[in-house]
Design a protein around this ligand. Structure first.
Ligand code: SF4
Length: 78
């Protein structure tokens, strides 16, 4: 049995008023997100994130074309 994954003080959220779907957030964070039939992001597990997921979450935040994807918590700031 391996060591448990370390969690960080961060989670994920989507501003639904901005999200227009078909982005990369659910591709980068497939273990925590999925997409509805129209491509809009669905958060299946908002966190806390594991340490190894934080870079992908930050990348999703940077690359979301509408600033709709948000890394929450103190570790979310770039
Ligand atoms: S990348 Fe941004 S706009 Fe695209 S699905 Fe994710 S939250 Fe929505």
């Amino acid at each position: 049995m391996g060591a448990p994954e370390r969690e960080v003080a961060a989670g994920i959220a989507v501003d639904w008023t901005r999200c227009r779907g078909r982005g990369i957030c659910h591709e980068l964070l497939a273990a925590r997100m999925s997409a509805d039939p129209w491509g809009f992001a669905i958060i299946d597990d908002a966190g806390p994130l594991r340490a190894d997921e934080l870079d992908d979450a930050r990348q999703a935040q940077r690359q979301c074309p509408l600033a709709a994807f948000i890394v929450t918590g103190s570790a979310g700031w770039l």
